[in-house]
Write a new protein. Structure first.
Ligand code: PHE
Length: 338
């Protein structure tokens, strides 16, 4: 009789060892303890036993039954603990995460660009877009920069396999604008530009410019000076002095470099303005008659001014940013300040 109990125990132990799910445990329970289970079968033998033997057998069976029940209960707890552990691993919640969703903010370059667009449109300028992947003709030739011109060296850029290039300046939009519109023409074109440049604190291979073009009858340098003085003062929120220095760009004549009074030292001279009191800011000038002709505009009737300046430079001055590489660095500590 005892052997029967022992073999039952052995089978139970063996089956129990491979159980690790609730359903399998329940099946095991039913197959041993259920109405038609192994214990019931065992008890059937009892009625033919002698009084003393039956009593002893009964006790053994009861003991075994209690052991099985305890083992099943323990296994159930084990399975539940494992399930909870698995859930906490896969469904954990970071209670330190801020309740409010993180709010993004506009990039400083987007802020300055939007401000420029607002200011120029308030002066009656249209906004025009141009392709970043540009034709050599628009980026250079039509702007009086033929293939062998030394001005191409300072505007070395990325040439593409399809024969096009990444525009080195926004000036090609001048050409596109003059070909697309009839005078009077008055637009700005902010956007991305590229140069094959060694990157340092003030040079990037990808940057932004804002081009401007005005063509009409009787346009002079005074219009240029007035417009840029207004815009630069508005950007900085107070009257800013500007000056023009003669400079050379093949597509303007005369050409100028525009400086504004250093915002840091107010003109006394400091390290930012290299002790000159002035910040070199943008290239500008009167549109070259040949460029007008290239676009089918008669230079005897029309004249115009053009300018093109870096948006990074302006943002750096406005916000006191000392390294151009911050703009594309993606550091949230920098970006969150705007
Ligand atoms: N495109 C010139 C540059 O990138 C700037 C410029 C624009 C000069 C328009 C004159 C007129 O340096």
């Amino acid at each position: 009789m005892n052997e029967k109990i022992e073999s039952l125990k052995a089978r139970f132990k063996e089956k129990m060892a491979s159980v690790n799910q609730k359903e399998a445990l329940e099946q095991l329970r039913v197959s041993f303890m259920g109405k038609k289970g192994e214990f019931t079968a065992l008890l059937k033998d009892m009625k033919d036993m002698q009084e003393g033997v039956r009593k002893q057998f009964g006790q053994l069976v009861n003991c075994a039954k209690m052991d099985f029940e305890r083992a099943i209960l323990e296994k159930a707890r084990e399975i539940e603990a494992a399930e909870i552990a698995k859930k906490t691993e896969s469904e954990w919640v970071d209670i330190t995460w801020p309740e409010e969703p993180l709010q993004g903010s506009a990039h400083p370059l987007s802020i300055v660009r939007a401000e420029l667009e607002d200011l120029f449109t308030s002066l009656g300028f249209d906004i025009m877009d141009g392709p970043e992947m540009e034709e050599e003709y628009f980026n250079f030739n039509a702007l009086n920069i033929p293939e062998d011109h030394p001005a191409r060296d300072s505007q070395d850029t990325f040439w593409l396999k399809n024969g096009k290039l990444l525009r080195s300046q926004t000036s090609p939009v001048q050409i596109r604008g003059m070909l697309a519109k009839k005078p009077p023409i008055k637009f700005v074109s902010p956007g991305k530009t590229y140069r094959n440049e060694a990157v340092d604190a003030s040079h990037e291979h990808s940057f932004h410019q804002c081009e401007g073009l005005v063509i009409d009858k009787g346009i002079t340098v005074s219009h240029l000076v007035f417009t840029l003085q207004q815009i630069i003062s508005s950007i900085f929120g107070e009257e800013v002095e500007i000056r023009l220095r003669p400079s050379f760009f093949p597509f303007v004549e005369p050409g100028f470099e525009l400086d504004f009074k250093c915002r840091i030292c107010k003109g006394k001279g400091c390290s930012v303005c290299k002790q000159t009191g002035w910040i070199e800011y943008l290239g500008c000038g009167m549109v070259h008659p040949q460029v007008l002709k290239n676009c089918g505009i008669d230079p005897e009737i029309y004249s115009g001014f053009a300018f093109g300046g870096g948006i990074e430079r302006l943002a750096m001055m406005k916000y006191g940013i000392d390294d151009i590489r911050h703009f594309h660095g993606g550091d949230l500590r920098f970006l969150k300040q705007f």
